[in-house]
Design a protein around this ligand. Structure first.
Ligand code: HEM
Length: 361
């Protein structure tokens, strides 16, 4: 044989892995049956977090090149889709956790203070590497985290805050995209005309609707004007940047336009993978949000309104973080800017050709 033989248990370091469950309740001579489950579930999460970081780090690396090789895009999408598959497992694991009841948990909970999920460094690393910077997250959490971390973990997290996030890398990549900006053709002029046409039609529908009370007509026209403003901001640097300052949008205006173009013409051959990439990012955010929500509900069931071992308000804090701690909201918002196919500008042949797989003439 060319290689040294390997033994299953040695390869997987099962001595370490299976020897790493030490219920604290046993140390206090009050063994709590469910503590083993509690430990194993958390350890399984941390193992999957490690795998997610492995995938996210590799995607970071591929995106970090000033000129990303387009051939890498399929690997990137594949790895991000692997992340979403892992997330589905993470979400399902909550069901197993919920087989432990509040009284079972109470048998060992007090021994755990002040340890808390707040101290899951890998979870924080995933959030941050994806793009959840301090300024975007629920503010009340900041002092909780930092005061509860060991000095070395605190330094690690502060250092990571200085690194570029995946959201920023994708922002730069989308900003560099050349679509809709060729010399002889300005797609965005056509797009604005199409939007005006769509809004004009909606206005006529509202005004001619005899079933509406004049006050309702007024309100609907006001809402329609707000929709128009949203489109206008896309073409107004100052107003767009003001929204960015407020944290209401996170990517550049140019990046947003590229993403809209990708979404509108997703079936064009060279836009298919970029479109899949946007779907993967949306999927990751949706599955993390689902996890946060399921975890918050589980905590409500387990603790009621008691505070957490990490000192937060428990369920209440977690519920709020569900809505707030999102990363790729810009790509969710994309649907706002889509217009019905019938209104979409027809691309000139020259432009379509650039988006296809053309071999010869
Ligand atoms: C009995 C089960 C669980 C309870 C009662 C519980 C409770 C809590 C509470 C109250 C918090 C808020 C921080 C605090 O004040 O301590 C929290 C945060 C957290 N927990 Fe759990 N948890 C449970 C299971 C899990 C599991 C299985 C994981 C998997 C890793 C987990 C991961 C986290 C994370 C990452 C946070 C920080 C979330 C954030 O700040 O956005 N928890 N947990």
């Amino acid at each position: 044989m060319k290689y040294d033989p390997i033994y299953y248990g040695d390869y997987l370091r099962l001595d370490k892995l299976l020897g790493a469950q030490e219920p604290v309740s046993e140390k206090h001579n009050k063994p709590a049956h469910d503590e083993t489950l509690f430990i194993i579930i958390h350890q399984a999460y941390e193992l999957w977090f490690k795998q997610i970081l492995h995938e996210v780090d590799s995607v970071h690396k591929l995106f970090s090149n000033e000129k990303m090789d387009p051939r890498d895009l399929s690997v990137i999408v594949h790895r991000l889709n692997r992340v979403t598959e892992i997330q589905r497992i993470l979400n399902d694991q909550i069901n197993v956790m919920e087989t432990m009841g509040p009284l079972d948990f109470m048998e060992f909970r007090d021994y755990l203070v002040p340890a808390s999920g707040f101290q899951s460094i890998q979870f924080r690393m995933i959030e941050l590497k994806l793009g959840l910077r301090q300024e975007f997250r629920l503010q009340m959490a900041k002092e909780f985290f930092n005061s509860r971390l060991k000095e070395e973990d605190k330094n690690k997290m502060n250092k990571l805050e200085e690194e570029t996030t995946l959201l920023e890398l994708i922002d730069a990549w989308l900003t560099r995209m050349p679509f809709g900006k060729s010399e002889n053709y300005n797609f965005w002029e056509q797009y604005r005309l199409a939007v005006d046409e769509m809004i004009g039609q909606d206005k006529k529908i509202i005004e001619s609707n005899r079933t509406l009370h004049p006050k309702q007509v007024e309100m609907e026209l006001r809402n329609l004007d707000a929709t128009k403003q949203t489109f206008d901001i896309l073409f107004d640097d100052d107003r767009y940047n003001a929204l960015k300052e407020e944290g209401k949008v996170r990517i550049s205006r140019e990046a947003k336009l590229s993403a809209i173009f990708i979404r509108l013409y997703a079936e064009e051959p060279i836009l298919q993978l970029p479109n899949n990439l946007l779907d993967s990012l949306i999927g990751i955010d949706e599955l993390f949000t689902t996890w946060r929500y399921r975890h918050a509900i589980m905590v409500h069931r387990m603790l009621g309104t008691k505070i957490g071992t990490g000192g937060s308000s428990g369920h209440d804090y977690l519920k709020k973080s569900t809505e707030r701690n999102r990363v790729f909201t810009d790509f969710f918002d994309m649907a706002t800017y889509l217009i019905p196919r019938e209104h979409m500008p027809k691309l000139p042949d020259e432009e379509r050709k650039k988006l296809g797989f053309v071999y010869g003439d």
